[in-house]
Design a protein around this ligand. Structure first.
Ligand code: NDP
Length: 318
């Protein structure tokens, strides 16, 4: 009889992570449920004995799922953001949730800066300009200087601080907003996103997703950022009011935007696809081989720690 703990996988995880999971656990892979009725039947039969859930930042682990799985002891998330998991519902049941902080901080900050440079200096547009044979007809239009410009960071946690450190190397003037001012940091604090936006050339969102930040980058904030301002989103699509953002880009309310995240991924609104003052990226801020490997290992290590009765490495607080 197979005594290995039963784990429900609710997100598409990398093949080597799945292989490790299958080695140590009995795995029910929910991503196959649509095409494999046998896997659904096996899950239904095992549901009362499933002891762990493996998810990622996008996967939904709602209260209703926890209700169906009375034996769940831990929820492990591949990713630092866990807005798809109903953490209060888990904690009410005494179920800890783990994520993968820190190991991805550098990559997300790197991509935040890359996107900022890309939209200001029009790097993808420059590449298109050359490829489309426009150079012989004359030079490309001038772009926006980054070094020495003013950056406003919405969210000053692990990744926000890593973005700020990189911005320091560009001689940028750094300000930020959070709900709680960070007296330990040398950067200028703004009480809210609109006040911050009015004072900067580049506004970068790097908060968690979920209800607390939904629509934080509102029409009013974009208005405050103004016709020479650029918006960069490496947080979550939900953090910006996406229709308001599209309107602001269309009407020249802001100069441009570089976006790694969207409201209904992987669907990107066709309006954004058509705009030349937008740089698009497919939610890949942590997407390097090195970091995804570290994230996968940290998730597996959390799961292993739990079943060995050791303290979890990176539980989500609260
Ligand atoms: P942290 O928890 O370290 O930092 C979160 C920051 O956001 C804190 O400074 C917090 O300050 C601030 N914040 C939270 N709520 C609000 C609010 N309502 N208004 C203003 N500020 C707020 O998280 P990390 O830096 O590690 O990660 C941040 C987020 O980045 C993740 O949750 C995820 O959404 C996103 N991310 C995106 C990735 C991508 O691929 N694009 C990859 C990895 C992460 P305070 O609580 O004082 O308000």
């Amino acid at each position: 009889k197979d005594e290995r703990p039963q784990v429900l996988v609710v997100a598409a995880l990398m093949p080597w992570v799945m292989a490790q999971l299958r080695k140590h656990y009995q795995v029910h892979d929910r991503t196959h449920f649509a095409t494999d009725p046998a896997s659904v039947a096996a899950f239904e039969e095992a549901a009362p004995r499933i002891r762990a859930i493996a998810a990622n930042g996008e996967a939904k682990v709602p209260r209703a799922l926890l209700d169906r799985l009375p034996a769940v002891e831990v929820v492990t998330v591949f990713g630092v953001g866990y807005d798809g998991v109903d953490v209060p519902a888990a904690h009410e049941r005494g179920i800890p949730v783990t994520n993968t902080p820190d190991v991805l901080t550098d990559d997300v900050a790197d991509l935040g800066i890359a996107l900022l440079l890309a939209i200001a200096r029009r790097v993808p547009q420059a590449d298109r300009f050359v490829r489309e044979g426009k150079w012989p007809q004359g030079p490309m239009p001038l772009t926006r200087k980054v070094s020495g410009a003013r950056i406003g960071i919405v969210g000053m946690g692990r990744i926000g601080q890593a973005i700020a450190r990189r911005a320091e190397a560009f001689g940028m003037q750094i300000s930020y907003t959070t709900r709680t001012p960070r007296a330990d940091l040398p950067y200028r604090y703004s009480p809210d996103a609109a006040t911050l936006a009015a004072e900067v050339d580049f506004l970068v969102a790097i908060t968690p997703g979920g209800d607390a930040t939904r629509g934080l980058i509102s029409a009013q904030v974009l208005q405050a950022l103004g016709p020479d301002g650029f918006f960069v989103n490496v947080a979550r699509g939900s953090v910006a009011d996406q229709p308001a953002l599209i309107a602001a880009l269309r009407d020249g309310v802001i100069a441009g935007a570089a976006l790694d995240v969207f409201v209904d991924e992987p669907n990107v609104p066709p309006e954004l696809m058509a705009m030349d003052n937008v740089v698009l990226s497919p939610h890949m801020a942590s997407g390097t081989r090195q970091t995804r490997e570290a994230m996968g290992q940290l998730m597996l290590d959390n799961l292993a720690a739990h079943f060995a009765g050791r303290p979890l490495l990176t539980p989500v607080g609260g």
